[in-house]
Design a protein. Structure first.
Length: 413
């Protein structure tokens, strides 16, 4: 045990320092992950911070409600820094409730947000167990194994260290799988989070078997029962997210051309309508070349929402085949017969090969955002929950976009 850490003349409570360090590192990794996934880093970090503060205040209030005599005898106990005067059930409840309210207010998408926060959850899990080791809490059963630690007049299993090391292994696996937090590594949002929760549940089931102090419900440890319930729930959701029932998915695609665009658009939509159900489409918009290359003809652009039963790789292949069929030359950037790009694929957030979904261009270019705002004024970004109106307001691209009207024999301004 090391309840205090001495830094020069300062003596710092080890458990509190460890938890704060875990929170700081968790925020750092979550921010890095959020930047790469395109989720709402600021809203997530602010929500967690407010949740932590609300949880601490709730834990103190819960403790005082259960022990009113302490408050009546000395009202200053309400402001005490003593960690033992915190209710460990009421505090987390208040903290989680505060986070949920803030997440709903900011319209944060559930699964991408939880994926983003997964490193934070793992670091807090590790921090709690290391803090317990520092204080000598949640100690293990007696053992004769050579790595046992001397605690409370016996040589015991270092269960706190077991949990910390297994949690660290889980975090290392996550960092490797996500290529150091550049992608979730899965095609469906929520798979990473549920896999991590299943890992935490299994670690808890294992380590609680060697914990001396147990909270029993009948003959069973409450923490093991909770971990078992978490494991079942996480595995069920993991399966449903990773292997969804065969269903039609909504995808938003962009269509662009600067070579006989009206003809190419008509041909492309005919082919698309034969292969997919087109739910809705925007008007056609004209824009200059965003790269401002001399001599490049203006582009016409529109967006469409389609229904498809194809997987994402299959949809990419199908759209590339349509481009080629209508004269797209691979690598040609100045004369584009037809360009079909996937902007969103359901509500998922992922990175596969050179495709980032949702497309980062949704936050960059007016020629995509303006047609989308017209077609779907209630659209919210699948990764960060930002409304299409807010995206349009914040976008820095100042290219002139002209909405044009379709007529029977062509197009007119």
């Amino acid at each position: 045990m090391f309840p205090m850490i001495n830094i020069g003349p300062l003596a710092i409570q080890a458990a509190g320092f460890i938890l704060l360090l875990s929170l700081f590192l968790g925020f750092y990794l979550t921010g890095k992950f959020s930047t790469n996934l395109g989720t709402h880093a600021e809203a997530i970090e602010n929500g967690v911070l407010i949740g932590v503060i609300a949880g601490i205040l709730g834990a103190r209030l819960g403790f005082m409600l259960k022990n009113p005599s302490l408050l009546l005898n000395n009202p200053l106990n309400l402001l005490s820094l003593t960690p033992s005067m915190l209710d460990r059930s009421f505090g987390p409840l208040i903290g989680i409730l505060a986070i949920i309210i803030l997440a709903q207010k900011k319209h944060l998408p559930l699964w991408p947000t939880l994926d983003t926060m997964t490193p934070l959850f793992l670091l807090l899990y590790m921090g709690v167990h290391l803090a317990n080791y520092a204080n000598g809490n949640a100690y293990g059963t007696p053992t004769g194994l050579p790595w046992g630690i001397s605690l409370w007049n016996a040589t015991r299993h270092p269960v706190q260290v077991y949990a910390f090391l297994l949690g660290a292994a889980l975090l290392l696996g996550l960092l490797i799988h996500t290529k150091m937090l550049k992608t979730t590594g899965f095609m469906r949002s929520g798979v990473l989070f549920n896999a991590a929760m299943a890992g935490i549940a299994m670690i808890t089931l294992f380590t609680r078997a060697f914990t001396a102090e147990k909270r029993l419900l009948g003959r069973f440890d409450v923490y093991q029962l909770s971990a078992f319930a978490l494991l079942l729930g996480a595995l069920t959701l993991l399966y449903k997210r990773a292997y969804p029932d065969k269903q039609r998915i909504s995808a938003i695609i962009s269509m662009g051309s600067n070579v006989e665009p009206q003809v190419k658009f008509s041909q492309a939509e005919k082919i698309l309508s034969e292969q997919f159900r087109i739910r809705r489409r925007s008007s056609i918009y004209q824009t200059e070349d965003v790269n401002q290359r001399p001599g490049v003809q203006p582009f016409l652009n529109r967006v469409l929402e389609i229904e498809t039963a194809l997987s994402f790789p299959e949809l990419v292949t199908q759209l590339k085949a349509i481009e080629k069929q209508l004269g797209r030359i691979q690598g040609e950037k100045t004369r584009v017969a037809l360009d079909l790009d996937i902007l969103t694929y359901g509500d998922d957030v992922f990175f596969r090969a050179d495709h980032h979904i949702p497309s980062p261009d949704l936050l960059k270019y007016r020629y995509l955002v303006m047609p989308l705002a017209e077609m779907s004024p209630d659209f919210r970004h699948p990764a960060n929950g930002i409304s299409i109106q807010e995206i349009l307001y914040k976008i820095t691209d100042q290219a002139q976009i002209i909405r044009i009207n379709e007529v029977e024999n062509g197009i007119k301004g």
